[in-house]
Design a protein around this ligand. Structure first.
Ligand SMILES: [Zn+2]
Length: 297
């Protein structure tokens, strides 16, 4: 069975398993200053499913147009499904709401398992690069976390990062409640299994038993470990996730320069170094956009 993977920027991938086309997130249409992926939602002619990790614009936006263009079924949180139904008028028959714990059968002997995950701590101090250690921000109550996130979102919307970003936010942000809940997905195919998580956070007790063949992991911001910000570097956080999952191959995402001037290119070097030191059995694969990489061979 032929399995191919394209990275489409941020945490969005296109996974093709035999004849089945599955998008992981749907964020293809970015600000003009971001490096082009080579594909926009207007170019997407085939999709059977779209899995959505959480409801932030840089993951969800595009699912509504891919669903309209292709008839694809979208699987996401109850908040993701609410926004697609109520704001974007995606038909109910194309929506599957999940909360974590659901095994979903796809054609071709493929099974998708949904697991609860955690969003990265966007309310906490974060390093500019993966080897910059951050400490503290422990025990911050939810009302304070939410207030900090609201101030950050307001900055994106109000033009503080330029008119292009403000225009992009006006078009793309569906104003979810929080991030709508975050999920990890384990995609089991006859050729092997692929784990995908679109933000840097996890419940360690859940990751520990999954053992995928390949792990697609977000590498951005301040990692969230069991509900509190990681005490250390992003490189250490990613290595901890790989240590729990023990995949043969690791592919990073969300580390590209997806929304300048908010973002900048990430130096993968410290992550590569930390993985080589702590999890040498897992090979780190660095993907470019639209590579069409053969998987699980
Ligand atoms: Zn997010």
């Amino acid at each position: 069975m032929r399995v191919t993977l394209d990275w489409l920027g941020v945490s969005t991938f296109r996974l093709t398993v035999g004849d089945l086309v599955v998008f992981l997130d749907a964020y293809l249409d970015r600000v003009p200053a971001a490096p082009p992926i080579g594909l926009t939602t207007a170019d997407v002619t085939r999709a059977d499913y779209v899995l959505v990790g959480h409801s932030h614009f840089d993951h969800l936006w595009g699912a509504e147009r891919i669903a309209a263009r292709t008839g694809a079924t979208v699987i996401g949180s109850h908040e993701t499904v609410r926004l697609l139904r109520d704001v974007d008028d995606v038909p109910e028959r194309q929506l599957v709401a999940v909360a974590g714990g659901e095994p979903i059968e796809l054609p071709g002997g493929i099974r998708v398992r949904v697991y609860p995950a955690l969003h990265s701590c966007i309310w906490a101090t974060m390093g500019a690069q993966p080897d910059e250690a951050c400490l503290g921000d422990l025990g911050i109550a939810q009302h304070e976390r939410a207030a900090r996130v609201a101030r950050g979102m307001e900055m994106l919307h109000n033009g503080a990062l330029g008119d292009d970003v403000a225009r992009h936010m006006a078009a793309s942000d569906r104003h979810p409640r929080g991030e709508g809940g975050s999920f990890a997905y384990l995609i089991e195919t006859p050729a092997g299994s692929i784990f995908w998580k679109d933000t840097s956070g996890h419940w360690s007790g859940i990751l520990r038993d999954l053992r995928p063949d390949v792990a697609l992991l977000a590498a951005v911001g301040r990692g969230n470990v069991d509900g509190e910000p990681v005490q250390g570097t992003l490189a250490e956080f990613v290595a901890a996730e790989v240590g729990l999952l023990r995949p043969r191959e690791v592919i990073l995402c969300h580390h590209d320069d997806w929304m300048p001037p908010l973002t900048r290119p990430t130096d993968v070097g410290p992550i590569r170094h930390e993985l080589a030191r702590r999890t040498p059995a897992a090979a780190l694969i660095e993907m470019g956009y639209l590579e069409g990489r053969r998987m699980l061979e």
